[in-house]
Design a binder for this molecule. Structure first.
Ligand code: URA
Length: 240
């Protein structure tokens, strides 16, 4: 059954709300500052490395989509289980499929430069994708693939509970923000990514995907991405 991306995202969000016991009319969740000062916050994972490892193992066993059978390696994600900042890309490419690690090809080299320019190192952050398997010929993710794979990403984010998320490109931004607005409209400003009830939401900055930037390596685009990352750095208290 073919689903549009918006329908797939909507269905998953509705299912999650249902199982979370939120049967009320859809509405904005309270931000941390709006919650009562003595509210009991649900604890984040006590063993984030172990819990992420379990998800990685599930991902490696997963055959929900055809691309799961065609892959060389699944690419669950990599980095610090206690990262303050998580980068979410689109899907593994050929290099990532060969190594089982995210962002290790040309786009990954550019992402490494971006991370270093922020004053961070790759092991300081966590890097993952909306899809954990490589789509053939690097085509766009299909709605059913996103629907199948999204729970892994959401669980990873729930375990790490980063303060900041950088969504690399339109696919990541659309999935995480449940919108289909153009990346050009979304980037440059923080959006809220909500975890389970009572947990502090993450600040999410959408920006252009490094692969897009490599294809369109103009001063203007580089400045746009750098501006977006500088906003994240400022909020994180990282020095310029
Ligand atoms: N592009 C992505 O979106 N993710 C990767 O892991 C590599 C390239």
């Amino acid at each position: 059954m073919k689903k549009s991306i918006k329908t797939a995202i909507g269905q998953l969000a509705e299912m999650e709300r249902f199982f979370a016991g939120d049967f009320s009319v859809k509405g904005r969740r309270k931000t941390t500052s709006e919650q009562e000062p003595n509210a009991v916050f649900s604890a984040a994972s006590q063993n984030p490395a172990g819990d992420l490892g379990k998800i990685a193992e599930e991902v490696r066993q997963c055959r929900k989509c055809q691309i799961g059978s065609a892959r060389l390696n699944a690419v669950p994600g990599d980095g610090s289980p206690r990262a303050r900042l998580v980068f979410v890309g689109e899907a593994p490419g050929a290099d990532e499929d060969a190594q089982g690690l995210p962002f290790v090809g040309r786009a990954g080299q550019l992402l490494d430069k971006m991370i270093h320019a922020m004053g961070l190192k790759r092991p300081d952050v966590f890097i993952c994708n909306t899809l954990k398997c490589r789509p053939p010929e690097n085509r766009d993710p299909k709605p059913d693939e996103l629907y199948n794979c999204m729970p892994y990403l959401k669980r990873q984010l729930e375990i790490i509970r980063p303060e900041f998320i950088v969504a690399l490109g339109a696919h990541a931004a659309h999935i995480l923000l449940e919108t289909d607005k153009a990346i050009g409209q979304l980037r440059g400003q923080f959006h809220t990514y909500s975890f389970s009830e009572h947990a502090n939401p993450a600040q999410l900055m959408p920006t252009y995907h490094p692969a897009y930037l490599l294809r369109n390596y103009s001063d203007e685009n580089r400045k746009r991405v750098w501006d977006d990352l500088q906003k994240v750095m400022a909020e994180m208290g990282l020095k310029k």
